[in-house]
Ligand binder design. Sequence first.
Ligand SMILES: [Mg+2]
Length: 269
Amino acid sequence: MAEVIVFTDLDGTLLDHKSYGVRAALPAIDLLVRRGIPIIPVTSKTAAETRPWVKLLTLEGPFICENGCGVVIPAGCLKGRPEGAVEEDGEWRISLGAGIGEARRGLEELSEMAGFSYRSFGQMSADELSSLTGLAGKELDQCLAREYEEPFIILEEHDADFIGKKAAEKGFHLSKRGRFYHLTSGCHKGEAVKILANLYREELSDPFFVGIGDSFNDLPMFNSVDMPFLVQKPDGTYDPLVPEDAACRVSGVGPRGWRAAVEKVMTLG
Ligand SMILES: [Mg+2]
């Protein structure tokens, strides 16, 4: 029988879009944990933001942070240390993205090339960040512990497509989540998922990879798994940027859809 491994987006998928509640998915999480099926978060959150969720949900395994830029594996969780992994504080880290310093320098250059002014996380005061993100205290600190991606806002009217093209010319990738743009050095969720999937292939005889997400930035993950699922947005729609044939659309918003996806996988035996 195939050994299932579940890769999952967090915000808007396993966690409710607004409340970050996970209750609707709990029966399915319990079922997977009891059967020893790994649930691997694949998120745009920082490692510092993700660790408390991993602990709370008793997942104990690897996770992927900052939109695929970092793969974090508890040391010893897999048999051998993966190639290129650096050990730090009991974790093996594979970095696919360039560091935050390079992303900040890239942003500076991009703003000159494409002619826009910006304000980035690295430039903002704690008060400014708090009012923009709604985060405070420990949560704000965890969000600020960025290692790869630099979120920023553009201060004037602009042509996002033009800026995206200029970013690509420089080897960067520009994406938008909520009101923030993110500049990364070309990594995405799919590449990170492939690395972990290959590590599991070395350990298991017949692994079967599931991916669950809610939006376009999950598409590279969908393309890297055996069975991708798309959950509904809070208004009941599916992200129109995810092609029909890219993922199986399940009924249920966020964690409710997550549960439905897991139930569907479990019926496969
Ligand atoms: Mg999401």
